[in-house]
Design a binder for this molecule. Structure first.
Ligand SMILES: [Zn+2]
Length: 514
């Protein structure tokens, strides 16, 4: 996942806006939801002496389509929510994906198996227009890696290569370690201290319910090696971007640009980063040897897997439910993002079985290669740009199967009353409204520049980064009741979004994202 974080001041002003919106909505509801009735009533009350209103010209537009939900629509969404809370389709899909496919890093045999698995599941569950849209993906393969402290006190550290790391020479590289907190500190250090050395990024990710520690810590994973190489370093190790104390390192993608000098880059588990810091604290020079045999190959093919639950009135118009089908190669990608795949597929399937289908189509898009460059999301945005106006709203699940806490939107202001009604259906599950600053997350966020409105469902991310991108991201860590709760939220949200008569217009300006 990559979610943009909200500065506190924005959150406060968002809360004020939210309060205002809530008051407006309450007033609106108190006045009665049948707007259409208000105009004739007002005309009837007008004084007799008033001049008659001019008749509208024949070409006048029809009365504005409804921007809010009826009590009947809300009841349908609540019924769908309650059915989801009794249904383990999502959890069983996740069991199937993690046990039958497992790791599915882009371009590997596991990735191809995941595409085949997703096509089969969607067909079995009754989706229509099930298809794979080909996507070109980069090809990087992990080899063996080894990190040894050579002196003053020899030890072996638990480490993994970061995605995209180049190999070392077969015998490895050995050099003195220079600790650096983050990229800002690196920029201030005299380059002569870095030349010929191994840079150790020591910054520690902080635990937070909103996962905000990730955005701050992850910059060294993306750009640390490139920036250190520019200053003459031979290699880089980082403290894992994760909140756990397991001896399991966290991998993740680097973000080199073409033309950047590349040096090997590895992540130490948090306890091993502590150990290295303790040796450095002795004041004696610490020498380290890195060995890594990962390699790049020619780019290859993967696919976005797409399936639809057709709408009853406007089947060409779409609500997109997104998740990413790929995972890192160390675990079985249970929370990241097998959970999202299972949750969105199960939510759409429940809508397919609802007493009444929504007006528009629910399209599930399982994106290729989110983890190593957003290939699938970028391809989808490119290839579906001409039908952007048929995309009514997008949502993505990529923050694990944890407790849903908040709903964010990115819709025009006149649609906020509808969003607040949608949130009211989720309120009994503990979901509050958090403002009109949704990002769409990494994949669906690629649609925001096309003007497609989005919603984010914030989940409790406080434990997610204990497992994220590690060998420990496995099915046993997933709570079936929380999968149900997520499915309930997305099913209700998607049903309502696909049934709002007026749709959601175009999204306000794009949020900052990677
Ligand atoms: Zn993810």
């Amino acid at each position: 996942m990559t979610r943009t974080t909200t500065p506190l001041c924005t959150a406060v002003s968002g809360a004020i806006t939210l309060l205002r919106t809530a008051l407006k909505l309450a007033l609106f509801t108190a006045l009665g939801f049948a707007c259409a009735l208000a105009a004739p009533a007002a005309r009837a009350a007008a004084p007799r002496s008033a001049a008659p209103a001019p008749a509208p010209p024949p070409s006048a537009p029809a009365a504005p389509a409804a921007l809010t939900f009826t009590s009947l629509q809300l009841a349908e969404a609540r019924a769908l929510r309650d059915r989801a809370l009794q249904d383990d389709t999502g959890y069983e899909l996740l069991r199937s994906l993690t046990s039958r496919v497992g790791p599915r890093f882009a371009g590997t045999p596991g990735d191809s198996a995941a595409v085949a698995w997703a096509l089969e599941q969607m067909r079995t569950l009754g989706f229509q227009n099930v298809r794979a849209e080909r996507v070109k993906v980069p090809s990087w393969r992990r080899g063996e890696c080894r990190v040894e402290l050579v002196s003053p006190w020899p030890q072996t550290c638990a480490a993994v290569a970061l995605g995209g790391s180049v190999a070392t020479p077969p015998g490895g590289i050995e050099a003195e370690v220079v600790p650096v907190t983050n990229l800002d500190e690196l920029a201030r250090i005299d380059s002569t201290r870095l030349a010929g050395r191994i840079v150790f990024f020591t910054g520690r990710m902080t635990r937070a319910t909103d996962g905000s520690g990730y955005g701050r810590a992850v910059t060294v994973r993306g750009r640390g090696a490139v920036e250190a190489a520019r200053r003459g370093a031979l290699g880089v190790v980082i403290r894992s971007v994760g909140t756990d104390r397991n001896r399991l390192p966290h991998t993740g993608g680097m973000r080199p640009d073409s033309g950047d000098t590349r040096i090997p880059a590895l992540a130490l588990s948090n306890p091993d980063a502590d150990l290295l810091e303790d040796q450095l604290a002795s004041g004696r020079p610490v020498r380290m040897r890195l060995t890594n045999s990962s390699r790049w190959a020619d780019s290859t093919w993967s696919a976005n897997v797409i399936g639809e639950i057709p709408g009853r009135e406007l089947p060409r118009e779409l609500v997109v439910l997104g998740a990413h089908l790929d995972s890192w190669d160390l675990g079985t990608g249970a929370h990241d993002d097998g959970a999202g795949v299972a949750i969105m597929t199960a939510a759409a399937r429940l809508i397919g079985e609802a007493r009444q289908r929504p007006r528009r189509t629910i399209r599930v898009v399982l994106f290729a290669n989110e983890e190593f460059g957003l290939s699938g999301a970028r391809a989808y945005a490119r290839e579906h740009a001409s039908e952007a106006d048929r995309h009514v709203l997008g949502m993505e699940s990529d923050l694990g199967a944890y407790a849903p806490l908040g709903l964010r939107s990115r819709v025009p202001a006149d649609r906020l009353p509808a969003i607040r009604q949608m949130q009211s259906v989720l309120a009994p599950l503990g979901v509050e409204y958090r403002g009109n600053d949704a990002s769409g997350d990494a994949d669906v966020g690629q649609l925001v520049p096309l003007g497609i409105p989005v919603c984010d469902l914030d989940t409790d991310a406080s434990e997610y980064f204990d497992l994220h991108h590690t060998a420990n991201d496995t099915f046993d860590k997933v709570d079936p009741l929380l999968v149900r709760r997520n499915v309930a939220c997305y099913a209700a949200l998607a049903w309502l979004a696909a049934d709002l008569p007026a749709g959601f217009g175009r999204a306000p300006a794009a949020p900052a994202r990677r």
